[in-house]
Design a protein around this ligand. Structure first.
Ligand code: COI
Length: 356
């Protein structure tokens, strides 16, 4: 399908952020967006248009039944100036599985990647050139059909927006304080936990807000049945270093299959670090923390890449992980991943895809 392009008039182009070093997360957007409509049983009219508000009927189904999914990936500026995406095909594959789970009609992943690259060619000058800053890309699908019966919509809008971002957490790469959530849960088996449905994130807000009021940056979610097994941290996958081995929860249906998670495991393996995907309970974590075997802990995700955890608070006790600072394995994995993403280290695994 041919992608139609309608450019923003030069006099309407937005002012660029004055300082890449001062960028936060998720407040600034580029001049254009990609759009694709679904109606009469097919996805139609791929196009790039000026970024702008959407017009939605108040009865649009997404507003009532949350039939929406999204993705998150980044574009990096390499030292030679080229623009690079990191494993974008994995994001579009996961976008498909999220859509499938939310009864959204499937789309052509190749067309979306092509649309994204065209969009990046137009708005590429928005990609920051400073190492901690990137262009965050947010593909999203919403059910637009005006209808209030509970059933899958028959009309959708798929769009891709992008914006320059700095660190996800104000702490940056500094260790964060985590509250182990004793009551609320993020996901149940058979539910939405393994896909990027907006509803997962909406459902996490109250508990996260209550923890924030107690001074914690994020929550550690436990499994919904026994409340013993560690699942995710905030909106990230969780890793521990126990006896020098990297441990993370298995993809058992309640965990998001993070692309950063998969990359961390591959990079760790290449560095000679043993990696185990297995259930890990809070009892085991407390025990290994007390006898000095739990040395490091971090979350992984596209937005924050790797976020070291300094403190875990569980049942009125606070545990300091390792020295409470950034552990050596966490640092090594971060340097390796960020090096590949920004093109300062070689990409031996074919993860980087250039916009050209
Ligand atoms: C990520 O870590 O990439 C996320 O999923 C966070 C995002 C929802 C802002």
């Amino acid at each position: 399908m041919e992608i139609q392009i309608r450019r923003q008039l030069p006099k309407h182009l937005k002012p660029r952020p004055a300082d890449d070093a001062a960028l936060g997360f998720g407040d600034i957007y580029t001049d254009h967006m990609f759009k694709l409509d679904y109606y009469d049983g097919a996805w139609r009219t791929p196009r790039i248009e000026p970024y702008g508000p959407l017009q939605l009927d108040p009865s649009a189904m997404v507003l009532h039944y949350s039939q929406t999914v999204f993705e998150g990936l980044k574009c990096y500026r390499h030292p030679d100036g080229r623009l690079a995406l990191f494993r974008p095909r994995d994001n579009f594959r996961r976008f498909t599985s999220s859509a499938e789970r939310m009864a959204i009609p499937l789309f052509d992943e190749e067309l979306l990647l092509r649309g994204l690259k065209e969009l990046l060619k137009i708005d590429g000058s928005w990609v920051p050139s400073r190492t901690e800053s990137t262009l965050y890309i947010r593909p999203t699908i919403i059910a637009t059909e005006p209808h209030l019966g509970v059933r899958p919509a028959r009309e959708y809008l798929l769009f891709i927006i992008m914006g320059p971002v700095g660190p996800y957490y104000p702490e940056g790469f500094a260790p964060v304080k985590i509250y182990v959530e004793p009551h609320y849960t993020r996901a149940t088996k058979g539910g939405l936990g393994a896909v990027k449905a907006g509803a997962n994130y909406g459902g996490s807000l109250l508990a996260t807000e209550l923890a924030a009021r107690k001074g914690y940056t994020q929550l550690l979610w436990l499994d919904a049945v026994s409340h013993r097994f560690v699942e995710e941290v905030g909106s990230m996958n969780m890793f521990f270093i126990v006896d020098g081995t990297l441990v993370t929860a298995p993809l058992s249906g309640t965990i998001l299959p993070g692309i950063t998670r998969a990359s961390v495991m591959t990079v760790a393996g290449d560095l000679g670090i043993t990696c185990e995907e297995r259930g890990i309970t809070m009892e085991e974590l407390m025990e290994t923390q007390k006898n000095g075997r739990l040395t490091e802990c971090f979350g992984s995700g596209t937005a924050a890449v790797i976020s070291p955890v300094g403190h875990l608070s569980y049942q009125d006790e606070t545990f300091i992980i390792g020295s409470g600072g950034i552990g050596p394995i966490t640092q090594k994995l971060y340097d390796e991943l960020v090096g590949i993403q920004f093109g300062t280290l070689p990409d031996r695994r074919g993860w980087v895809e250039f916009v050209e």
